[in-house]
Structures are given as structure tokens and as C-alpha cells.
Design a protein around this ligand. Structure first.
Ligand SMILES: O=P(O)(O)O[C@H]1O[C@H](CO)[C@@H](O)[C@H]1O
Ligand SMILES: O=c1cc[nH]c(=O)[nH]1
Length: 290
């Protein structure tokens, strides 16, 4: 018997679209670009040859169109892994649940999900302007811990080594370490992107070791993050979505990778707050390779 999804669990709007995104199943392409900023959706879609829909709902802006013959949806997630939970579950429902019978489809679609974001660089070799593709993400957000199968898809020895190195505070959520889809990573990253380990944080300030007026629980957090090394991997950058994206995609059977442009280097303490034109270079690389 296929699993049935009740009205309260799979919320479908009156027009047949999914609850938050307001997108209908036939409007979703197999190739999906995810961005944090709703304004970045139009920048990505400005390269499209044509557009078939343009939908805005809360922070979720979706445009589906074609780029050089490839059908692509670009969707904004807003900020944070809590939003990735909404976007990934709703995209997966659009792809793999029959909205008429409210049951899982027999033939499942595998989406290719590429996040184009901004991040903070943590090493000298990741200055402002660097493109980083996340080979692994470390989730400080805790989201994946709510799903069954989390231990089957995470790199548990890496997690243990990281927790030991950080002297992990048990009051924080358990960090989870998850790999990007290897084939997608290699294809998207090419020669232009540094392969890195990305920490996805549950906040821009305290969780990323940024101290404004309130002191941090662990003022040495970033020093420890920067010095961590495991099997040749070093932590390269902070952002806020890659862990939940890689983790949920893996549990759902989709392929995902995150690539980000460094807009602040936390070691050198410099920033490019005016990055909106330069991120177009990263967008063009992804559009060519997705
Ligand atoms: O530029 P985006 O894609 O939003 O990504 C980064 O920027 C936001 C914080 O400023 C977070 O979402 C972080 O992950
Ligand atoms: O430092 C930064 C820059 C962009 N996005 C982040 O999450 N952190």
C-alpha cells in the first residue's frame, strides 16, 4: 500500500499548488538552483531564454524557464536550515507525490539541486571573491537529527573527531557531517572552485563567532574551527543552509551541492558588501554546468 499523506501533513492550496512555495507539480523542473536571497532569483533568470512561470510567496520566489535548452527552476529559500526543511520537503512533494491521490508516486524523480550562496571564508586561501564548493557540510543547525536514517548518511568518524577537537558543548545541537553528491560537485566545481568543508550555522552572529554587544559562550570557537584538520580536510567557510540541503537531499534520493562566493574573510577581517554584480560569474558557471 502506498503511503497516504493527510491534508494536515501535505498542505495543498486551493489552486493545486504546494502550501509555502505556491508552485504546482507541473511547474517544477528536474534541475533546481536554490539561492538564499529572493532578489537573486531574477538575476539567475535574467540569463534564461524564456520563462514559463514567476511565483512569489513570502521569501520563496520561483521562476522556471530554460537556459540554452535546459529546463531549470530557480527558487529562493530565504535564510537558514529551517527554511531548507520547508523548501526541500515541498520540492520533493511536488516531484514525488501524486497530488490527486495524496500518495507517493511509483516512479520517483531525482532532482539536481545546486545552491548558489554567499559565505564567510575561514582560511587564508579563501579570500573575498573565492568560489567554494562544499565537499562536506557540518550542520550546527540540528535539523537532520529529526529524521530517521541520519546516522546512515552522515560521516560519523568525522563528527566524533570534530566534537573532540571543539570540546563540544552538550547544550548545543549535535553537529552532523554530510557529503555533497560527488558527481554533481565535480561537474559544478570544475577548475574554478575550491573544494571545501562548510559549516552551516543556525545564525549569522553568535553561531559564526561574531560578537557584537553580547559576549559569546565560546570565544575560542573560530580559532578551533580554523585549526581543525581531519584526513586532509580543513574547514573553509561559514554559511547557513548547505548541511540541511545535502542531508535532506540524500535522505530523499536527490543530488545536491552548495557553492558559495566568499564575501567576508573572518581571518583577514575584510568584506565585500557590494557583491551583487560579482556573484553573476558564479551564476553563469552553474547555469553552464547544471
Ligand atoms: O547569500 P545567501 O544565499 O542567503 O547565503 C548566505 O547569506 C545569508 C546570511 O547573510 C545566509 O543565507 C547565508 O547562507
Ligand atoms: O560571513 C558570512 C557571509 C555570508 N553568509 C554567512 O552566513 N556568513
Amino acid at each position: 500500500m502506498p503511503k497516504f499523506f493527510a491534508e494536515s501533513e501535505l498542505i495543498i492550496n486551493r489552486d493545486g499548488s504546494i502550501f509555502h512555495l505556491h508552485v504546482k507539480p507541473e511547474q517544477l523542473a528536474d534541475k533546481v538552483i536554490l539561492v538564499g536571497d529572493p532578489g537573486r532569483v531574477s538575476l539567475v533568470a535574467s540569463h534564461f531564454d524564456n520563462q514559463e512561470c514567476d511565483i512569489e510567496s513570502r521569501e520563496f520566489h520561483t521562476i522556471t524557464g530554460t537556459y540554452r535548452g535546459k529546463r531549470i527552476s530557480v527558487v529562493s529559500t530565504g535564510i537558514g536550515c529551517d527554511n531548507i526543511d520547508i523548501v526541500l520537503n515541498e520540492l520533493d512533494a511536488l516531484a514525488n507525490i501524486d497530488f490527486t491521490t495524496r500518495t507517493e508516486k511509483e516512479q520517483l524523480r531525482k532532482l539536481t539541486l545546486v545552491r548558489i550562496g554567499t559565505c564567510g571564508g575561514l582560511q587564508e586561501y579563501t579570500p573575498v571573491g573565492t568560489f567554494i564548493a562544499s565537499e562536506k557540510s557540518i550542520g550546527f543547525d540540528g535539523l537532520l537529527n529529526f529524521y530517521s536514517g541520519r546516522n546512515d548518511v552522515c560521516d560519523l568518524p568525522f563528527e566524533e573527531a570534530f566534537k573532540q577537537h571543539m570540546q563540544w558543548n552538550p547544550q548545543l545541537c549535535a553537529p552532523y557531517v554530510i557529503d555533497a553528491d560527488k558527481e554533481t560537485l565535480e561537474r559544478i566545481a570544475g577548475d574554478e572552485m575550491v573544494r571545501g568543508v562548510t559549516i552551516a550555522c543556525g545564525g549569522f552572529f553568535g553561531p559564526q563567532g561574531r560578537e557584537l554587544r553580547i559576549p559569546l559562550a565560546d570565544p575560542k570557537q573560530n580559532e578551533k574551527v580554523e585549526s581543525f584538520e581531519y584526513n586532509g580536510h580543513r574547514i573553509t567557510n561559514f554559511e547557513m543552509e548547505s548541511s540541511a540541503l545535502a542531508g535532506l537531499a540524500r535522505l530523499m534520493g536527490h543530488k545536491a551541492v552548495t557553492c558559495c562566493m566568499v564575501i567576508a574573510n573572518r581571518r583577514a577581517k575584510n568584506v565585500n558588501a557590494n557583491y551583487k554584480n560579482s556573484i553573476d560569474e558564479l551564476i553563469k558557471l552553474v547555469l553552464e554546468r547544471i
